[in-house]
Design a protein around this ligand. Structure first.
Ligand code: SAH
Length: 397
């Protein structure tokens, strides 16, 4: 059963928490915060010159991932000095790496102000890797089954802190390949915003990070290979649709219940925007066919895993998908210490999935990856905040 409102580890029963602090404001702006257009404006102000120099610098920052301005070898010395004077190039540091038997790697990264965030690399079935990125330190939401929620909400991540998770992972993969004498470096082909935090509640930074990460002169990750996952912040979903982001990257909705009564309890955000309001917002998304919205469903034993839940989901999602098959990702809950839930047995998961299919849904079971490395969202960062609890399998970078 969901915890009682007095369960201290989950904080107060509120739908949305304010951050403990705002974004750090560096004395000189972090250059990796700027999408290419904004970098152009920065250059016009501080280093006026030909337009192609903006592209050169953007490539140094986001394709070559240079650690400092002096590594920009085709930029003249005087200009590099000006960059030092007017901008900064902070970076995250890889603080710990966990490797799972199934090939999943989990990185714990530290922000300059000493907060731990995490990012997970998951091998794809075919080629390459999917990276799961974080959008906040902690989370503004209070989902009862989620390890990150127990951390509280420290602050949003800056744009550069979102994109640097990808660059640190790329550098990590390069050094791993070099160590193993491999001829190829594994590529990050897909991104999911399913790490710590609610990406649509850090909308501005996430939007800029998407612009940078999809830029053909930078990491050039295709928009159709990126998914932003939300707990259901209705006004932000509407904005996402209105501003056209919905046509560029995919949207996933964490539904996690088939009735308001259960969703209110497991995801207090539902007391602000209930299932009907959420699905209405999804219906209004101008999503092209190939970009259809997916739904996620964390399966919690004896909370939301009855055949009756499957039948209700079938009705709810058929309606949203205009008669087409609703698409549901079923995720058996990843246990973490102290949480008052259980993962359903494999049998029970199978029965639930069959009932969903009978109800007309297209279902994928997201087999828990990296089970052996505390892969539940937020767990590694949680270990970071209590060093004595750090797992024995943890290594230095
Ligand atoms: N805040 C966003 C993104 C982060 S959570 C969102 O809610 O979608 C990413 C996904 O992980 C969500 O679908 C969430 O329901 C799921 N999740 C969180 N904790 C989990 C756990 N312990 N086990 C399995 N899935 C979990």
């Amino acid at each position: 059963m969901p915890p009682a409102a007095t369960d201290r580890s989950y904080g107060e029963l509120v739908a949305i928490r304010p951050p403990r602090r705002g974004l750090p404001k560096p004395a000189r702006p972090a250059l990796r915060d700027l999408p290419r257009e904004e970098l152009g404006r920065f250059m016009a102000e501080h280093l006026p010159g030909p337009a192609f120099r903006t592209t050169q610098i953007f490539e140094w920052l986001h394709r070559h991932r240079v650690p400092d301005f002096d590594a920009m070898t085709n930029i003249g010395r005087a200009d590099r000095v000006r960059l030092h004077e007017h901008a900064s190039l902070p970076a995250l540091t890889v603080d710990a790496v966990q490797r799972s038997r199934d090939g999943t790697r989990k990185l714990r990264l530290l922000t300059p102000d000493g907060h731990a965030i995490e990012s997970v690399l998951i091998p794809n079935d075919g080629r390459g890797l999917t990276q799961c990125v974080s959008s906040m330190v902690g989370c503004s939401l209070t989902c009862r089954f989620c390890a990150t929620a127990t951390l509280g909400f420290e602050r949003n991540l800056a744009t550069w802190e979102i994109v640097d998770q990808v660059y640190r992972a790329q550098d990590f993969l390069a050094s791993e390949a070099a160590e193993q004498g491999a001829r190829y470096v594994a590529r990050i082909t897909n991104l999911v915003f399913m790490g710590m935090g609610e990406p649509l509640h850090n909308y501005g930074q996430v939007k800029r990070a998407l612009s940078i990460l999809t830029d053909e002169r930078g990491a050039a990750i295709a928009g159709r290979r990126i998914t932003v996952s939300t707990s259901g912040l209705v006004p932000a979903i509407e904005r996402f649709g209105r501003e056209g982001l919905g046509r560029e990257v995919g949207l996933a909705i964490s539904l996690n219940a088939s009735t308001d009564e259960v969703r209110d309890r497991v995801m207090p955000i539902n007391t602000r925007w209930n299932i009907a309001a959420l699905l209405q917002a999804v219906r209004g998304m101008p999503t092209p066919k190939r970009r259809r919205v997916t739904f996620e469903y964390v399966l919690l034993a004896e909370v939301n895993d009855e055949p009756a839940d499957a039948r209700r989901l079938g009705r709810l999602l058929r309606d949203v998908c205009g008669g087409g098959a609703g698409h549901l990702n079923v995720i058996p809950w990843n246990p973490h210490p102290g949480a008052p839930f259980r993962r359903p047995s494999e049998d029970r998961v199978r029965t639930f999935v069959q009932a969903c299919r009978r109800a007309g849904l297209e279902v994928h079971v997201r087999t828990p990856r990296g089970d052996d490395i505390a892969a539940a969202c937020g767990q590694l960062a949680l270990e970071g905040s209590t060093p004595s609890a750090a797992s024995a399998t943890m290594e230095g970078p």
